[in-house]
Design a protein around this ligand. Structure first.
Ligand code: ZN
Ligand code: ZN
Length: 140
């Protein structure tokens, strides 16, 4: 593992705040920048040149699990709704994102998960997707 990967793991996951005013940015499918709803600033999305390849899940598990391509996270099960959430390493308590029950890090389990290397953006808008789905279902 390289040093940069090591430091990445200790940091909180990147949030997408507006560079101008810090507000939360929302992604609009089909765009390469995030326009702030509050101040109108355009925030470019960094695009990597490296090709994103689709990996066979089982093959990947066999090859890479041994190579330590995983990160350890605190997994905590919500007592309220039974969902499983991960907590940041420096967080000792939080609220369930689904039902807002309190989550305690003391009941968390340390588990290894595969950290995604890249993300593919959505290509269609939510409303467009719903329309396409309705059209498809009518044809059946
Ligand atoms: Zn802004
Ligand atoms: Zn919950």
């Amino acid at each position: 593992m390289t040093e940069s990967e090591n430091t990445l793991q200790k940091e909180a996951p990147p949030t997408f705040g507006c560079l101008n005013c810090g507000a939360d940015l929302k992604f609009k499918p089909g765009t390469t920048s995030l326009t702030c709803e509050y101040c109108g600033a355009k925030n470019e999305i960094p695009v990597l040149d490296t090709e994103i390849e689709e990996l066979n899940f089982h093959e990947y598990l066999r090859k890479h699990k041994a190579e330590g391509d995983t990160v350890e996270v605190q997994l905590v099960k919500c007592q309220g709704c039974g969902s499983e959430c991960t907590l940041e390493p420096n967080i000792t308590s939080s609220l369930c994102p689904f039902c807002t029950s309190p989550l305690m890090a003391s009941s968390a389990q340390l588990v290894s998960v595969i950290q995604p290397k890249s993300l593919l953006p959505f290509k269609v808008e939510k409303q467009e997707a719903i329309t396409a789905f309705r059209k498809w279902i009518k044809k059946l």
